[in-house]
Every structure is written in structure tokens, then in C-alpha cells.
Design a protein around this ligand. Sequence first.
Ligand code: GLY
Ligand code: MN
Ligand code: MN
Length: 458
Amino acid sequence: MSRQKQPTRSQVKRKGARKIGLDEYRRRRRELMAMMEAGSIAIVAGATEKYRNADVTYPFRQDSDFHYLTGFDEPDAVFVLVPGRAHGESILFCRERDDEHERWHGDITGPERVMQLHGMDDAFPLSDIDDILPGLIEGRTRLYYAMGQDRDFDVQVIDWVKMIDSSNDPGSEPPGEFVQLEQYLHELRLFKSAAEIELMQLAADATARGHIRIMQCVEPGMLEYELEAELTHEFAMNGARSAAYPSIVGGGNNACVLHYIRNSDVLCDGDLVLVDAGGEYENYACDFTRTFPVNGRFAEPQARVYEIVLEAQAAAIDRIAPGNTWNEPHEAAMRVITRGLISLGILEGDPETLFTEAAYQPYCMHKTGHWLGLDVHDVGDYQVNGEWRVFEEGMVTTVEPGLYFPADLLQVPECYRGIGIRIEDDVLVTRAGNRVLTHAVPRTIQDIEALMARGEGS
Ligand code: GLY
Ligand code: MN
Ligand code: MN
């Protein structure tokens, strides 16, 4: 494959312009209000800037719940939803415009413009919140918010409620009930709209390009972080400005450390490298893993383990369809893994008994998947009333079985020690079954080796 041409300015602009429309944010707010009791109010805090060191901040990332309801990606904002309020139901408190600040740090939207740009009914400077919000809460019987998520905000909410309590107005009543907002909001977030799926597909496409690039440029002697740099470059060039989570690039035995992010070792001839890295596109995550040989060819023991994980993943993906339960893919994958461990001489006994006893667990310590969306480990319940949740159209889950044989695991035959393999794809539940969003990156040994053989620049 020839190296991708640099996109023009207008192409980049077009990529950056793909966003959720105002109508969809309005629809989300309407759906949430429909779930709330009459006479209630919801308060959602946006994220604040976090310091990395001294006066240097981390790149700002909006809180996912806040983004889902507002699409407003500036720090220091509070969103309030007041169903049935005559003067407007959607209210945003945000930073005011400030010439001096904007000269240094860039544009602030400000309350005047936020109403039109974000479809708010009302907007106020954040500095006025103590004067205005208690009045909005007053007389409402139920207050929905994410209790216990942010101590400072909990204290603020309590202070606003106390202001009503201590007011001299004889008719003033604070809400009698505090309700966790997440149980309603997260149920909405679990089901992805067509526009969300489009963004998730763009995240998947950017991620796929990154992984194809590194399969083509890896060679023995490179450092793990050099692969990370290649990935990040390709993500950003395709509109995924940031990785959705710290990239894991683990050569050899490092692949057996599930959350290895040091990425500072040399990639050695004869080793595999596990790369778990996904781009974030307009706040939507891709979560993706491939494991491939540093020198382009799987050694025989590596291939044996790889084929087991690949078969486990295929069995799991096969179980993703409306009507099947969330645990079915995991069980299908672990049955294949159990049989595979027997074939490698690592487990001994009856496959079904070993599966029931979870004898695979020392070698595969994590679940086969999780919901995916605005957060990499996305929101949404996995069980309802104590039963595994049933797949429905619009849900997105990862499918990521793995096998890990750390070098010091002496019960494993020597030829398998130091091998860690995970294969992870992102799968959308469709009406007819499923669609793999990340299908563009080769998965079979044959296809990976063929891609790697073609190499960079060919
Ligand atoms: N990248 C984190 C995970 O696969 O869950
Ligand atoms: Mn994952
Ligand atoms: Mn992952």
C-alpha cells in the first residue's frame, strides 16, 4: 500500500465538521425529560480543567454525560433541565466572554451565543449561578444529579438546597427527594443513534489506518513508543485528534501486562507485539487490539495460540445479535479458549467441567467485552433485575478474548511462555445481527503476514 497522501486543508476541515446536530441534542434532552417525574429538576456538571504540572493543564475533555446532553465542550459549565418550566427547560451556565482571556487562550462562546449555537432556552454566566440556581430548584420535588461523582459538586448542590431551606420566604420548599441521574441518562447513552454510529465508524476508520500503518512499518529494534507515535500520527491525520485511552504497545512478555502503558522497551526479533489503541473521534471512542509478529512472521507456537484466540473471537462475534444475552459471547469465547488450553497441554480434563470451573481464568483474566461509546468502558447496565441483558439494535460492544502466558508461569510449556495475545474489535448490534466497525484491519495470520510482507511504501 502506498503511503497516504497528506489531506488538503479543506479535507481536514470536512473531517472535523462531522458532528452531532442540534436536533439530536434536543431529542436527547426531551427523552431524558420524559423519564423524569413531573415537577423535577436535573443538574449536570461539566468537567473542569485539570492540572498536569505547575500551570500546565491536560488537554480538556468534556464530561461524557454533559457532552451527551449539550454538545458544549468548554470547561466550567453547568447544565440544568427543568421539565415544564414556562421560560425554558434547557438552561446552561457557562463562562462569560473575556477579551483578555480570549487573546491568550482563544474563543469563549459565552451565554449570549450559547443559546443559539447549542439550542439552549436560557443561558447565564457561571458567576451568577448561586443567585439563580436555588430559585430554579425551589418548589421542585425531585432533584436528579450524579451524586458522589465529584465531592466539590456534591457540596455545591447541598449548599444550593440549603439556601432554599434557610430562606425567609415562608413558601420556599427544597426538593424532598434526590435521585441518581445516571440510571436514566446511561440507559439513553447505551443505544447509539445513526449519527453516533457514523462517528464511531469514523473513530474505527482512523484507528484501522493507524494499525495498518504500524503493521507495515514495524521492525526489530524499534522502540514500543515509536509504534505509538506512528499510531497517534495516523489517528490525528484522520480526524481522531486524541487516543481514546492511553495506548498499550507491549512487545514480548510486556503483552502479558494487561494495562502496560510504559511503552519504552525495544521490540525484539521473534517476539509478538500487542497493540491495544483506539482513536477518539468527536468524543466517541474506538477500542481496538491486534497482536502481530515484530519480524512479520508468526513462529509456530505463537501461531497455535493466535489461532485459538481468533477462533474464540469469531465464536463470540457470532453470538452478538438481538435477543441473545450479553454473556453469551463471553461464554462462547471461553469454551473455545478452554478447549484450546487443553490442546496446548496446559489444562487437562473434561472441557465442559473445566469451563464451568473457569479453569481458563489464570490465562484469560478479563471479560470478553464491554459497552463502547463516549467512554471506552461505556455506560449501561450489563444485567437487568439480576439477569444478563439482552442485545438490542444500536448497542455497541467490544469483543476481545485473549490468552496470556507470562514468562514466569512455569506450569505452561516453555515454548508458550512470554506470549500474550488479544484480538479486539468493536461490534454494533444491528437488526439482522451485527456489524464489525473495525473490520478493515486484517485478523487472520495469513492476512496479517501478507500485509506485513507488503511493508511500508509498497
Ligand atoms: N483498552 C481497554 C480495554 O480493552 O478494555
Ligand atoms: Mn476493550
Ligand atoms: Mn482495548
